[in-house]
Write a protein that binds this ligand. Sequence first.
Ligand code: 8YV
Length: 322
Amino acid sequence: MNEKPVVLLTRRWPEKVESQMAELFELRVNASDLPMSDAQLAQALLEVDIVCPTVTDKIDGQMLSAANIRTRLLANFGVGFNHIDIAAASRLGIRVTNTPGVLTDATAEIAMTLLLTSARRTGEGERLVRSGGWDGWRPTHMLSTQVTGKTLGIIGMGRIGTALARQAHHGFGMPILYTSRNARPQSEEIELGAWRCDIDELLQRSDFVSINCPATPETQNLIDSDKLNLMQPHAHLINTARGDIVNEADLVAALGNGVIAGAGLDVFVDEPNVSQALMDLQQVVLLPHMGSGTLETREAMGMCALANIRAFLSEQPLPNLV
Ligand code: 8YV
């Protein structure tokens, strides 16, 4: 009988997926559930057939330059793969897969949550009640900005951007501006009240701006002080994509100087470290990278990675080859 392939989960996965994988493979799981060190990851690449990394594992060109790498597949748990050097992997013939689609709605929900929380100041309100500092209702207390009917600009109209547009347009009557390499089909633009424009026009005309593009060399620091200066003073910036698409120091300055009104962030440049300057701003909503974090979605992400592994092992086309 053939030996079972050795598969490594670099973090704990939902129980339902782990148990299926344990039946199929010689499964190694990082039981500590702490991020693995570079040395541990490099060692794993020498020892296991398939590594299943997450956003907390940086697999760079240097790591992939080691001799005698045994790993043939990196089955990433997540849609974003900016933590993996794809070019270096492909030079070695290592295939990389991801988990698109299954996390679209959950991530769009968190973008909408951040938008609503930032606009309606509900994070601040909750902190006020819990602190015991609420001194009662009055007509001018904690006034915020209405969401319904306002314009939402979406940078990156892929799966998640489109799902967010759908929630915002159908749920809150928001007209949509978007940037995207390719225009969406006209029927979809009509359904979503969506208009494609360039990023500068989007920033100038939107009341809310949501970042939903992948992190690439081209999008690194895409939103810097020049771009923030184009936004309206009452506008809010939402980021559920990757932290380094926004220049955090420039964002802190823009919020501090009233260049924009607020921000909602699920992702940061140096996770899990969040700068004190951001923490000090009341008009920023901070979440711990929980876009895809529903049980249903995390299970589906695991099952999607498993489907990629099974296809790889049976030499079938990989459903989500990067
Ligand atoms: C994941 C994400 O939870 O899929 C992504 O790209 O940002 C998150 O939703 C994370 O990346 C897990 O690796």
